[in-house]
Design a protein around this ligand. Structure first.
Ligand SMILES: [Zn+2]
Length: 261
């Protein structure tokens, strides 16, 4: 999970009007639970943000941009629009949150798996991380070999509870996900080993006998690990900072770029 910055994206223009309509409709009832008995009205409020296909697509596009093309929870890429779920952080299936159906600050982009795992978990009851409010990055640690994530032992008790809940409620260590994460970083490790072997063969300790443009491309690709649009970039950052292979490549590149006379 990475921090999501709402100030970078304008919500779709129709959403504010829909949000007002929702408030007006709800104000006709004495309590949110009372609307439940008016099934038709309840359904029309709950699904208001999906009134027109074109609006749904516009909202999906805005949310995809907001999440840097990724699920706000697991950081897998949201390829086509079908796989992008409009996630209500405070679920609008819970009557007290029905008023947030079209509230931009309550909406996040999510993959189907995270959305299905979270369902109608109430974040006021069991607090989880809202990545548009909290910075999730320091709250997790990661093992690139197993693909497993865990709560950072340095977390405060409040942070620990939120991070533990998030892993459990959104199911961030589900089998399919740890396999994809481990394979992702195994692929990077294998590529780094091959590149390092090639680079060592062209490096005499002072001068680099190969093509510096190609070498620079390798270094730039390493930087992409932590780019916010890259899959699993929060863990890519940890991987980049802790990898001895990367450190060796960077050291050689630095020396090759600044050869001693
Ligand atoms: Zn996800």
């Amino acid at each position: 999970m990475i921090k999501i910055d709402r100030s970078t994206i304008d919500p779709p223009a129709f959403l504010e009007n829909y949000h007002k309509w929702v408030q007006e409709e709800i104000s006709n009832y004495s309590s949110p639970s009372e609307i439940l008995s008016d099934k038709k009205k309840y359904h029309s409020i709950k699904t208001k943000y999906r009134s027109y296909d074109i609006y749904t697509k516009t909202l999906q596009k805005a949310l995809k941009d907001l999440g840097n093309g990724k699920c706000a929870y697991c950081e897998t890429s949201l390829g086509d629009k079908k796989s992008l779920q409009i996630e209500h952080f405070k679920p609008n299936g819970i009557p007290k949150y029905l008023k947030l159906t079209c509230d931009w600050t309550n909406l996040l982009p999510s993959c189907i798996s995270c959305n299905s795992a979270k369902l109608e978990a109430d974040p006021e009851k069991d607090p989880i991380i809202d990545p548009s409010i909290e910075n999730p990055e320091p709250l997790f640690i990661f093992d690139p070999f197993t693909g497993l994530i865990a709560t950072n032992p340095k977390c405060s008790p409040i942070e620990k509870k939120m991070a533990d809940n998030t892993i459990e409620i959104v199911d961030l260590n589900r089998e399919e996900l740890i396999i994809i994460r481990a394979a992702h970083f195994e692929g990077h490790t294998n590529e780094l080993q091959i590149n390092l072997g090639l680079i060592w063969g062209l490096w005499d300790g002072n001068r680099f006998g190969g093509d510096m443009v190609s070498f620079k491309k390798i270094i730039l690709k390493i930087d992409e690990l932590e780019k916010k649009t890259s899959e699993f970039s929060a863990f890519g950052k940890i991987f980049k900072n802790e990898s001895k292979l990367i450190k060796s490549l960077q050291d050689v590149y630095h020396s090759a770029s600044n050869p001693s006379v």
